[in-house]
Design a protein around this ligand. Structure first.
Ligand code: G3I
Length: 378
């Protein structure tokens, strides 16, 4: 072959390689997480509004490829659904449900009764005073009935009550608790069941590996069961950091909740690498600390040794989930990409954290293949 022809062939081959590389997206090249864990548990992700509305196209592609369960990260909270009494805003929640249906996904409604992100009007009268017990019960009934009723037969499970038990096992002194008493919990479950008798009903909380909260949740659930109040599952949120929670205590909780005859779900998993600005590590959403540069050490990328420890923790917890896959029905990540994780802004705004399975460029981190390998091996 002549020298000139050789050059043409090499140029042609080079162009083909470049075109092939451009056609593929790295996350598509991997087996899907949901397929690796098929028959074990559902793999879920929380969707933000940009994903629900289709603006975050890269995020949407990851969700469609890797996940078979979705949870609304924010748009089904009461302050967004019913910002004023009787004025419901369902647009984003409707899009969420349509997205799930179009993609054949399991869907979780999050969350009906939560002390946080509830609009002020819920608890006060025209003068700004606390409403009576009866009025608050009626407002709860109306909110739950309207929301659950709208998606009857479409949402597979609801986080009915969120974060009602404290670390020492006592009830959180929320407005729901101070005005109604602990009966607000059974009432919420009853209202949800009446609105959609076929949907699953969950209690969801953070720090669920802690012994005090575990005991409090177990005794609260037993009291529901004694009254024949329908409850089907326990959500262990799973907001973690390097070295916490204690995996053995976490396992004890999986067992304890399962022994109640309920399905266990890991509902909001993420593992941060950034230091927590207080010795009391929690997921209490009302916490807020002033930005400090020294609390934001990885703005130029995550050092390899830290990434390794982080990855090992994900693998260790997934090994635990696989060991108990007979008890666990779903593992949901609280977000898709590090770029949009809530953990960049909580409890300190403007930091750069690395909590999720997909990086800021929406590329799968090496841990994705590790988790896929693990799921397929079992
Ligand atoms: O939508 C507004 C936007 O219009 C405004 O410009 C911007 C300015 O701050 O705020 C936006 O709202 C934020 C919202 O997330 C949507 O991004 C709120 O400030 C912010 O407080 C809210 O944070 C959410 C938090 O719950 C409180 O509702 C997080 O995204 C969400 O991940 C987090 O999720 C909770 C679970 O529901 C329950 N378990 C704990 C978990 C973490 O707190």
């Amino acid at each position: 072959m002549k020298k000139g022809n050789n050059k043409t062939v090499w140029t042609f081959l080079f162009i083909c390689v470049v075109m092939l590389a451009g056609c593929s997206t790295p996350e598509k090249e991997t087996v899907a997480l949901k397929d690796a864990y098929q028959g074990k548990f559902l793999m879920g992700a929380a969707l933000n509004v940009d994903q629900i509305e289709g603006r975050d196209r890269a995020g949407v592609e990851i969700v469609k490829h890797h996940f078979n369960s979705i949870t609304a990260e924010n748009c089904m909270k009461s302050m967004y659904l019913q910002p004023k009494e009787g004025e419901f805003f369902f647009e984003e929640a409707d899009r969420f449900v349509e997205f799930g249906e179009a993609n054949g996904m399991h869907m979780v409604g999050h969350t009906l009764i939560w002390h946080s992100q509830a609009p002020d009007w819920f608890f006060t009268d025209e003068e700004g005073n606390d409403v009576s017990r009866d009025v608050l019960i009626e407002r709860m009934r109306n909110h739950i009935t309207t929301v659950v009723g709208r998606y009857k037969g479409r949402i597979h499970g609801w986080d009915v009550v969120n974060e009602a038990i404290l670390e020492d096992g006592t009830y959180r002194n929320s407005k729901f608790y101070s005005i109604i008493g602990e009966e607000y919990i059974p009432l919420a479950f009853e209202f949800a069941h009446e609105a959609d008798p076929d949907t699953e009903l969950y209690y969801n909380d953070y720090g669920m590996g802690l012994e005090g909260r575990r005991n409090g949740v177990v005794s609260m659930v037993k009291s529901l069961q004694e009254k024949n109040i329908p409850i089907h599952g326990i959500g262990m949120q799973g907001h973690m950091g390097l070295g916490y929670p204690d995996i053995n205590e976490y396992e004890k909780s999986i067992q304890a909740y399962s022994e109640l005859g309920l399905t266990v779900m890991i509902t909001e998993m993420d593992i941060i690498v950034l230091p927590f600005p207080s010795s009391d590590v929690t997921a209490e959403v009302s916490l807020s600390y002033e930005y400090q540069q020294e609390m934001n050490p990885y703005t130029d990328g995550l050092p390899e040794p830290v990434a390794t420890v982080w990855e090992e923790q994900y693998v260790d917890f997934f090994k635990l989930f696989l060991k108990h896959h007979d008890k666990i029905s779903r593992v949901t990540l609280w977000g898709v990409s590090d770029a949009t994780s809530w953990r960049n802004d909580w409890p300190m705004q403007g930091r750069m954290d690395y909590p999720l399975l997909f990086d800021r460029d929406y590329q799968p981190k090496p841990v994705v293949n590790e988790l896929i390998k693990l799921g397929k091996e079992q």
